[in-house]
Design a protein around this ligand. Structure first.
Ligand SMILES: [Zn+2]
Length: 281
């Protein structure tokens, strides 16, 4: 059985971990994301993977989770503006350097996969992973497999408008994607902080919970997962796990709402774990 190497490629840091067939972590490295031009960054990146393999003492399968995704037809990285690899054929070029196939997926998809396989969503057929951090990301896992989608953007619910905006909310703040009123602008960590600064802790959490319930109702009406696993900084707000389910029946198209809303089990480790799990054990 092969060792599995997972990479969580972020805008500021790269985390690499190697797992044995039982998903026990053998080693973990964290280094700053290369900032040099594409060629130098690629070489440094490949070097980090080979170094970790060397230390683990075996060639591994390699899975990479990153912001954005690889466009299924052009093979170019899209929506990963804060990495040196955006717009480039990262998978193709890295495969040429490492002389083997590698697998790449969106980081929220890796999060959802890790939680669906042996985390808070284990045992459920359809799992939605929602990352509420600096941004808002989402990933869908069906029967233990990531649903990538025709453009590689399946689950990117953060860039749809918040449903049932009030008169005061409409049309909402401008988003990084250029549109207005995206869920990311209402449900991210910075959005919750902004609300706390304006209203105080209690009121802010009540307003935020209602917005999150509206955002999750969109997921439930479209996908109807058994469980929504929440990650990112906001997932530490314990009160949301009581308040959001209470609010969901107002918005979900079903007489009773049995979708579980639960915090991630693996926390910050979900990125590297899910990336490694892109290959079967
Ligand atoms: Zn947006």
């Amino acid at each position: 059985m092969a060792l599995r190497l997972g990479v969580d490629l972020g805008g500021t840091k790269i985390e690499i971990a190697v797992f044995d067939p039982d998903l026990r972590e053998l080693l973990r490295r964290r280094v700053p994301t290369p900032r040099a031009g594409y060629d130098a960054a690629l070489e440094e990146f490949a070097g980090l993977i080979l170094e970790a393999e060397n230390e683990a003492g075996a060639q591994c399968t390699v899975g990479i989770g990153m912001p954005g995704t690889i466009h299924p037809r052009s093979g170019r990285v899209i929506n990963a503006y804060n990495t040196p690899f955006n717009g480039r054929r990262l998978k193709h070029d890295l495969e040429a350097m490492l002389k083997r196939e590698i697998r790449v997926a969106n980081d929220a998809n890796c999060f959802a996969l890790s939680e669906a396989i042996d985390g808070a969503g284990a045992g459920s057929a359809v799992v939605f992973g929602a990352i509420l951090g600096t941004g808002v990301g989402g990933g869908i896992v069906v029967e233990g497999k990531v649903l990538h989608g025709h453009h590689g953007i399946a689950g990117e619910w953060g860039h749809t408008p918040l449903p049932w905006m009030t008169r005061e909310e409409h049309p909402g703040p401008t988003c990084n994607c250029g549109r207005r009123g995206c869920i990311e602008q209402w449900c991210s960590g910075p959005a919750l902080r902004r609300e706390k600064d304006a209203r105080g802790e209690e009121n802010a959490l009540a307003v935020y919970a209602d917005r999150l319930a509206r955002a999750f109702s969109l997921v439930i009406n479209f996908l109807d997962p058994e469980v929504i696993v929440v990650g990112g900084g906001v997932s530490r707000e314990q009160r949301l796990y009581a308040s959001v389910p209470e609010l969901l029946p107002r918005y979900v198209y079903s007489p009773a709402v049995e979708t579980q809303i639960v915090p991630a089990k693996h926390g910050d480790a979900s990125g590297v774990r899910g990336a490694a799990m892109l290959w079967p054990g």
